[in-house]
Ligand binder design. Structure first.
Ligand SMILES: *Cc1c(COP(=O)(O)O)cnc(C)c1O
Length: 395
């Protein structure tokens, strides 16, 4: 059976080598053989996160588990956190905080806007008694295809002289777009295995700063499965507090090796080039991205607005049924109004062209006024010159 690539923004396409690395015979996780897999996986993740001072904790969970770990290890019931709602993922993290009895100061922003660092600055400056214990930010809003400026959020916190922790959801950016845990002063960074790390779902990957570890000592939200302390104590002895997902960790070790061998800057440049080709296709179709402005464009997913009265979800269903190709549906406030092309992880220019071509066929089938080949040609023009500065100069 032949298999098409997927164009959902996670789980992403898996390199064969990573699939094979996950497929292992049973191994005693209390043996030194486990430490030989786990220690390099943790070291590799630290390099991907760009942290030398932080710790990395890995749970058998999905990204949502990473959110829960970030909250429950650093905060206490009734604590105030500052969060922005500008898409389905930032919304769901807020919901998780509220279910943990946190008092969430919500800044509403349009779905298509970034995390409003300027509004955060005002709220933090006004919080003279430092009631706010943590600031939440979603680096890449996967629902809208919007990238936020985490360095600007850090500057907002520092400008107010505010001691709050900075907790960042990087589930759909880490390993695909530049992420600088130490430089940006990120206290907890959350990633998942099934996006930039090109693995199956099943690992919540969490970076933790020394400041977050200090906050953990006073934090009283209940936690057992997600306790950083149990994890780090066990790691110190070369072990794990419960049964690890050994195959996935072996895959993670290889995934970090592959990312670092390609070079993080090359990985980011590849994602940027592929994304830019997709955006040129969208423009050629006469459609608009959901992201409000170019500086917000995500390099891992593009959410595309379809014309008023057209059901974007029907397009995704049609592409799946007719062409066996998966695109992402619109979520929450933009359900039915956008469809999403995921372009992260193990992906090449040529794979992206097949997704663009399929989207064109599906749109034409459903009566949208899209000329077949127009988006493909726009992306081809960009890719054949290698993207970036060379391609721009050749135009
Ligand atoms: C995918 C995703 C999540 C949640 O991930 P799960 O692994 O499905 O729990 C959280 N945040 C963002 C931004 C995501 O893209």
């Amino acid at each position: 059976m032949s298999q098409n690539p997927v164009f959902i923004p996670g789980p992403t396409n898996m390199p064969d080598a990573i699939r094979k690395a996950c497929d292992m015979a049973t191994l005693d996780h209390r043996s030194s053989a486990f430490a030989e897999i786990f220690a390099p996986a943790v070291r590799g993740v630290k390099r991907v996160l760009k942290t030398t001072t932080g710790e990395v904790v890995i749970f058998p969970a999905s990204g949502t588990g990473g959110w829960e770990a970030a909250i429950s290890n650093t905060l206490s019931p009734g604590d105030t956190v500052l969060a922005a709602r500008h898409g389905m993922f930032s919304h769901r993290w807020i919901d998780l905080c509220q279910r943990h009895r946190l008092d969430v100061h919500i800044v509403e922003a349009p779905w298509g806007a970034g995390c409003p660092a300027d509004r955060y600055a005002e709220v933090l400056a006004a919080d003279k008694s430092h009631k706010i214990k943590a600031v939440l930010a979603t680096h890449n809003e996967t629902a809208t295809g919007v990238k936020s400026d985490i360095a600007a959020v850090r500057r907002a916190i520092d400008a107010a002289g505010h001691p709050a922790l900075l907790l960042v959801d990087g589930v759909s950016s880490i390993g695909s777009m530049d992420f600088r845990m130490d430089d940006w002063g990120v206290d907890v960074a959350v990633a998942g295995s099934q996006k930039g790390f090109m693995l199956p779902a099943g690992l919540a990957i969490v970076g933790v700063s020394p400041k977050a570890l200090a906050a953990m000592e006073a934090a009283t939200l209940p936690r057992t499965f997600f306790d950083f302390r149990d994890m780090l104590t066990a790691y110190a002895g070369g072990g794990y507090p419960y049964t690890p997902a050994v195959g996935l960790l072996n895959g993670l070790k290889l995934a970090t090796e592959m990312l670092l061998e390609e070079g993080l800057d090359s990985v980011f440049a590849r994602h940027h080039r592929i994304a830019e080709g997709v955006r040129r296709a969208v423009a050629a179709w006469g459609l608009q991205p959901c992201a409000e402005r170019p500086e917000l464009y995500s390099d891992t997913v593009t959410a595309i607005r379809t014309p008023e009265g057209f059901d974007a979800t029907a397009l995704v269903t049609h592409a799946a049924e007719r062409y066996d190709v998966a695109f992402g549906v619109g979520l929450g406030e933009v359900a039915g109004k956008v469809f999403r092309i995921g372009h992260l992880g193990s992906i090449t220019d040529v794979m992206a062209l097949s997704g663009i071509a399929t989207a064109e066929m599906a749109m034409a089938d459903l009566g949208l006024p899209v000329r077949l080949g127009s988006g493909v040609a726009a992306a081809q023009d960009f890719y054949r010159h290698g993207g970036g500065a060379a391609a721009l100069a050749a135009e």
